[in-house]
Ligand binder design. Structure first.
Ligand code: SAM
Length: 283
């Protein structure tokens, strides 16, 4: 039963599939799907087409989507414990990234079932790397909450986020999200809109948040979009603020070393700068 399992054991295999261009389905992905006992997918008709294109006749195809992942996970974990190799794919990209997969992985890990990955396309990484914005540190927000306090709070956090931020958005909400980003972060920050990546009408638009709003209202928002937002400029901390924080930590009995470390981390200031201030205060 456990075809492909090296020790005959079951496993959960997360298989990335194309985000548009079918040429991005890797040979390893094909092999993993061909050798799986069961393939879990969001939509059996949609994935059936991909499998057909790759010449794969699945042994068993099951639907696992946002609405049934929890119950399916319980049942499928039992099958994997009994030796089944389960491959998971979604409609596009990497399972578990704004798509089903996370719960299955958590359930497999909890049950001691091996989890493997066949990495490949994901819109978050594809958009980040073409954006031209800093890639060394970034954060992924997926889809913003649709409304209410949750959305406002998340936007407020983004306003202060210094790392490049990647967001997914549906075409009919791109205008409202750009408008809210303008309100929360101001219009000056750079933003990149990666649209229909790897597909025929791929486009990578670059400009400021203000210009993006104008762009979105001028074009028909069709297709799939990723927004890559420049991080906020780090807040400028004055020497007096560093001194004041250091005095507080030292007065609380901390060693110079601990106080410097705490202030540097707390104010996001280089340690060297805080050490210099500590030496000055100790003189
Ligand atoms: N699991 C997928 C991944 O790894 O990228 C993401 C699935 S999420 C439900 C779908 C969102 O991903 C879309 O709304 C869009 O924001 C983004 N996306 C997927 N394919 C894309 C593409 N070809 N170009 C731009 N964005 C894409």
């Amino acid at each position: 039963m456990a075809a492909g399992g090296e020790q005959g054991g079951g496993a959960l295999v997360l298989v990335a599939t194309p985000i548009g261009n079918l040429g991005d389905l890797s040979p390893r992905a094909v092999e993993a799907l061909r050798s799986a006992d069961v393939i879990a997918c969001e939509d059996t008709r949609h994935s059936g087409k991909l499998l057909h294109h790759a010449g794969i006749a699945p042994r068993r195809l099951v639907a696992v989507h946002a609405h049934n992942e929890a119950e399916q996970a319980e049942r499928l974990v039992e099958e994997m414990r009994a030796g089944v190799r389960l491959a998971v794919i979604t409609d596009a990209g990497t399972p578990g990234i704004s798509d089903p997969g996370e719960r299955l992985v958590a359930a497999a890990v909890a049950a001691g079932v091996a989890v493997e990955t066949v990495p490949g396309p994901s819109a978050v990484i594809a958009a980040l790397v073409v954006s031209g914005l800093p890639t060394g540190r970034f954060c992924f927000e997926g889809f913003l909450p649709r409304k209410g306090r949750e959305r406002t709070d998340r936007l407020a956090v983004l306003a202060g986020e210094t790392r490049t931020t990647v967001l997914y958005e549906a075409p009919h909400r791109i205008g409202v999200t750009l408008h809210d980003l303008l309100d929360a972060c101001g219009g000056e920050r750079r933003i990149v809109i990666a649209r229909e990546l790897t597909k025929r009408f791929e486009e990578v638009w670059r400009g400021t948040v203000t210009e993006a709003g104008e762009w979105a209202s001028a074009v028909a928002a069709r297709g799939e979009f990723v927004l890559v937002l420049e991080g906020a400029a780090p807040a400028r901390v004055t020497a007096a603020e560093v001194d004041e924080a250091l005095r507080r930590h030292l007065a609380a009995g901390e060693s110079t070393r601990d106080a410097v470390a705490a202030v540097a981390a707390g104010l996001s200031v280089p340690k060297r700068q805080v050490y210099a201030a500590a030496l000055r205060l100790e003189r």
